[in-house]
Ligand binder design. Sequence first.
Ligand code: NAD
Ligand code: IPM
Ligand code: MN
Length: 359
Amino acid sequence: AQNYRITLLPGDGIGPEIMTVTVDVLKTIAKQYDLQFDFTSVPIGGAAIDETGEPLPAKTLETCRNSDAVLLAAIGGYKWDNLPRHQRPETGLLGLRAGLSLFANLRPATILPQLIDASTLKPEVVKGVDIMVVRELTGGIYFGQPKGVFATETGEQRGVNTMAYTDGEIDRIAKIGFETAQKRGGKLCSVDKANVLDVSQLWRDRVTQMSEQYSDVELSHLYVDNAAMQLVRDPKQFDTIVTGNMFGDILSDAAAMLTGSIGMLPSASLGENNPGVFEPVHGSAPDIAGQDKANPLAQILSAAMMLRYGLNQPQAAKRIEQAVLQVLDLGYRTGDIMSPGMKPVGCRGMGEILIQVLE
Ligand code: NAD
Ligand code: IPM
Ligand code: MN
């Protein structure tokens, strides 16, 4: 059997619940595809703060580095929201992304025919939506210097973050954008705020320059405010979107609602020389944590992305994705994707049915 070392980062809130279900799914898949997964679970986020005082203990990062792929659930919660920045769960997640140089975050938003009624938009608007958001993940305003809260001469406080991109950072994510579009519908929309921001003008210029190497990709540009509006107005116009860290964060949550629920959307965070991190787009959902209400499908589909992009096991990935469709065809729904006449299940129930379908 092919052997893989998988680091599990269950994190906080609904994280451990959706992770447990997903590991069971992976164990089932392993039997069927003659794979062997060695799982190591290590703390991150609030769970790590409680255990060690830090959101990303050195041992956690080291374990991730030494694995073939990392499966992350979610971090964060009210309990840690008032700690100093360096001790916040979110800082741990950013440290993980930076520590593994995971500059490319792929966030697919595909509407499944079974869930058309779960979207808050009209069926004719969302039917056929198939978008890939390529989000830059280790630069931009999340990481730019200077940052912090500083005292001014007048005694006021001044909060500062800096949106910065080097041409090298833009080029490497643009390349992923073009290559992704090439493998998909051949259309790339670059989203920026070049009408106002210098960093965005550089972004636009570099992306435009690179488009000369990709004559088979049709490039367009949108300002981020218009892009947000267009995503809701007519999402089918989009194929692949490439954008910076914060714009990608916001637009991918908006794209999530086209598909019915953020509880459905997986993502892959990839770099060049380190294992990828596979994580749902949603957070730790503290409002429903511990109640067996979470939709585990974003996490399970993230495991499928791990099989495809991280472990080069596309068949096993496909099998999981098919099983998700089958479970939805059977009418099972967690609360977030519920619609009239469907069968309500919890997090564990959804996992059990999925495993039955796989078997
Ligand atoms: P969230 O994504 O956790 O929740 C937003 C809403 O979506 C909530 O109503 C929640 O119940 C619902 N939801 C999310 N995932 C769901 C699922 N799988 N099934 C059913 N419903 C689901 O965003 P938030 O409330 O803004 O943030 C909560 C915490 O999560 C914060 O601490 C935030 O920093 C953190 N966060 C972490 C990540 C991550 O780990 N990658 C991502 C986003 C937010
Ligand atoms: C996400 C989250 C994170 C982000 C936070 C929790 C740091 O919102 O993964 O989308 O902003 O990148
Ligand atoms: Mn987000």
